[in-house]
Design a protein around this ligand. Structure first.
Ligand code: FAD
Length: 346
């Protein structure tokens, strides 16, 4: 049995971990947050939850469809979301009729998007194979057996996890690059480091607003539930409360465009909030002040240029990478990447 460390408990890491566990590997997942799901996580607030990262997922790959169907309990979590006809808006909120994208079912997990990865992570949580609150700083040669690897943990002084035959980095490319740069010379000098130069990921400022005075606004606000926009500040907005099994308090999630997010990376939350609220009003016609506003910056939200291969595995070092950025910017890309790497190792 091989002992494998997996860094990151998002869709890709959990998919790889589950697959390897089923094949008899001894896996340990290290996750810096307090729960799994990564960029599919939700924000819980007194007025209801928000999908603060991925809004929905699509299913194009038969292997993803099979996993959704075959993993017990998954179909009960997945619901179609009636945002299929996503509008495209101009800068003043007018629908550009000609730009409607092709129809494709949009699915969400209930009660939040994060529930899908959390459900798939359950067997690993039960067997205590995920360490939460563990931010990995670097990969080092194991102090006891130099043929193995150990992980140095960032937020725990002098703390290492040791004795791994192999290591999988399942984190966004810029973070994986930094981790490899911190690592021992053999890892630093591997071809993995160079591969990151071919990948680009962009940020996303995300604002989540709730209107406790809901019924009135549902009447006044737009008649659609989700839209892409060519407004220079906002790329996407959706009515969170229109998703299945959510609280009915009127709630919207607003995602800034990559370019605007990049230009405003250093701004404080108050400034971002004011600017995005103004743009939100321009697009929706809702000028009422929300009763609750949350703002979050995703530093590495979206793959702008993928690596173009499903995963990487250096068989001389037994170190590999997976994650959405290998193939694209969607939940399904993360699944396929994690699965491909694990299948390559079995
Ligand atoms: C705002 C936003 C909107 C999106 N909208 C959609 C959408 O509508 N549809 C869609 O299909 N996709 C969408 N996506 C993309 C989708 O969320 C991702 O493709 C997918 O979740 C990526 O999964 P992953 O496992 O590759 O990475 P992640 O989910 O990023 O998982 C990486 C994990 O590693 C952890 N980690 C990072 N560094 C370390 C470290 N050093 N040590 C330990 N742990 C670490 C992180 O905490 C995280 O949990 C969106 C993403 C964002 C941010």
């Amino acid at each position: 049995m091989k002992k494998i460390a997996i860094i990151g408990a998002g869709m890709a890491g959990i998919t790889a971990a589950r697959t390897l566990k089923q094949a008899g590997f001894d896996v340990s997942v290290f996750e810096k947050s307090s729960r799994p799901s990564g960029r599919m996580s939700a924000l819980s607030t007194p007025l209801g939850s928000f999908d603060q990262g991925a809004q929905y997922f699509t299913v194009r790959d038969p292997r993803f469809l099979q996993a959704l169907r075959d993993v017990p309990g998954t179909m009960e979590l997945v619901r179609a979301w009636s945002a299929t006809a996503v509008r495209v808006l101009d800068a003043r909120g007018r629908v550009l009729e000609a730009s409607n994208p092709p129809q494709e079912p949009h699915f969400v997990a209930q009660p939040t998007m994060g529930a899908l990865v959390e459900h798939w992570a359950q067997p690993l949580v039960q067997d205590e194979q995920i360490v939460f609150g563990a931010q990995v700083h670097s990969i080092q040669t194991d102090q006891i057996n130099p043929k193995l690897w150990q992980l140095k943990l960032e937020n725990k002084v002098d703390c290492v996890a040791s004795g791994f035959d192999g290591v999988i980095l399942s984190i966004p490319a810029p973070q994986a690059k930094r981790l490899i740069e911190n690592s021992t010379a053999t890892v630093y000098n591997s071809g993995l480091l160079k591969s990151f130069n071919n990948v680009k990921m962009g940020p996303c400022w995300t604002m989540m607003v709730a209107f406790a005075q809901a019924p009135q606004l549902a009447y006044l606000g737009p008649q659609w539930n989700a839209a892409k926009s060519i407004h220079h500040r906002i790329a996407w907005l959706s009515r969170e409360s229109s998703k299945p099994s959510r609280s009915h308090v009127e709630r919207w999630t607003i995602q800034a465009s990559t370019t605007w997010s990049q230009e405003h990376l250093e701004d404080d939350h108050e400034r971002i909030q004011a600017k995005l609220l103004k743009a939100f009003s321009e697009l929706t016609g809702i000028y009422t002040q929300p009763s609750q506003v949350n703002v979050k910056l995703w530093a590495y939200a979206k793959t702008l240029q993928p690596l173009g291969i499903s995963h990487q595995w250096d068989s001389s070092l037994n170190i590999g990478t997976c994650g959405d950025w290998h193939l694209g910017h969607r939940v399904e890309n993360a699944f396929v990447s994690g699965l491909s790497l694990a299948m390559n190792m079995i």
